[in-house]
Design a protein around this ligand. Structure first.
Ligand SMILES: O=C(O)CCC(=O)C(=O)O
Ligand SMILES: [Fe+2]
Length: 218
C-alpha cells in the first residue's frame, strides 16, 4: 500500500477556551473580531463599555507612577508610560471587570497580577518586549502565560500594540482588547509574541493590562 505522505499539521493546545466568534459573559456579548492561530492572538470587541472605560480612567488618574519593568521593577527607556495597579476587587467595578477578564482568558483571577492601568502621552511607548520572564540559569517557578490588553480610549494617532516578528499591529480602540499567550512547548512560538506599545503621535492612550501566571499568584 502506498504510504500516506500528507503533512500532518500539529497544533499545540492553547489556553484560550473560546472557539465561537461570540463569548457570552455577564449578559454581555464579547466579539472575536480577528484571530491568528499560532501564536494565538485574538482581537476582541465589546470587552468594556464606554462607561467602564471612563470610570477606570477616573479611578486611576491620581494614582499613576512611572511604569517599571523586569524582575527588579526598574524605571527605564523600555517603558516610558505611567501606570498603577488596582488591588484585587478593590471596588465593585474592578471586581466585575476582573471576573470578566478571567472568563475571557480562561484562568482564575487568583493567577493574575492585578488589573493594571497604563497611560501614555505623546512620544511615550513600551518598546518591543516579551511579557514572559526569562532566566538563564533556572526555570521560572510561576511563569506568566497570557496577556489581555484592553483599550480605554481611542488614540488619534500612534499607540498601536505591534508584534514586529509577525508584521501585525492592533489599533487602540475604546472598549476593544487584544489577547495573546506564550506558554507553548515550542519556544519559537513564544518568541513570536514579541510586542510593544507604539509611541503616541497625537492624543494620549489609556489601556488596562492583565497578566496571568500559570499558578496562583496570591
Ligand atoms: O500598551 C500596549 O499596547 C502594550 C502593553 C503591554 O505590552 C503590556 O502591558 O505588557
Ligand atoms: Fe507586554
Amino acid at each position: 500500500m502506498a504510504k500516506d505522505t500528507k503533512d500532518v499539521t500539529y497544533k499545540e493546545q492553547t489556553i484560550f477556551p473560546h472557539i465561537r466568534n461570540k463569548i457570552d459573559i455577564q449578559g454581555r456579548e464579547v466579539h472575536v473580531i480577528a484571530r491568528l492561530e499560532e501564536p494565538l492572538i485574538v482581537v476582541l470587541g465589546n470587552v468594556l463599555s464606554d462607561e467602564e472605560c471612563d470610570q477606570l480612567i477616573d479611578l486611576s488618574m491620581d494614582r499613576l507612577n512611572r511604569s517599571k519593568t523586569g524582575n527588579k521593577r526598574e524605571v527605564g527607556d523600555l517603558r516610558t508610560s505611567t501606570s498603577m495597579f488596582f488591588h484585587d476587587g478593590e471596588n465593585k467595578l474592578v471586581a466585575k471587570i476582573e471576573k470578566r477578564v478571567s472568563e475571557i482568558m480562561g484562568i482564575p483571577i487568583e493567577h493574575g497580577e492585578g488589573l493594571q492601568i497604563l497611560n501614555y502621552k505623546i512620544g511615550q511607548e513600551y518598546k518591543a518586549h516579551y511579557d514572559y520572564f526569562t532566566s538563564a540559569n533556572r526555570p521560572v517557578s510561576n511563569p506568566r502565560v497570557s496577556t489581555l490588553v484592553m483599550y480605554l480610549n481611542d488614540v488619534e494617532e500612534g499607540g498601536e500594540t505591534y508584534f514586529p516578528k509577525l508584521n501585525f499591529s492592533v489599533s487602540a480602540k475604546k472598549g476593544m482588547a487584544v489577547y495573546f499567550e506564550y506558554f507553548y512547548d515550542d519556544h519559537h512560538l513564544n518568541e513570536l509574541t514579541l510586542h510593544g506599545g507604539a509611541p503616541i503621535v497625537k492624543g494620549d492612550k489609556w489601556a488596562a493590562t492583565q497578566w496571568m501566571r500559570r499558578k496562583k499568584h496570591k
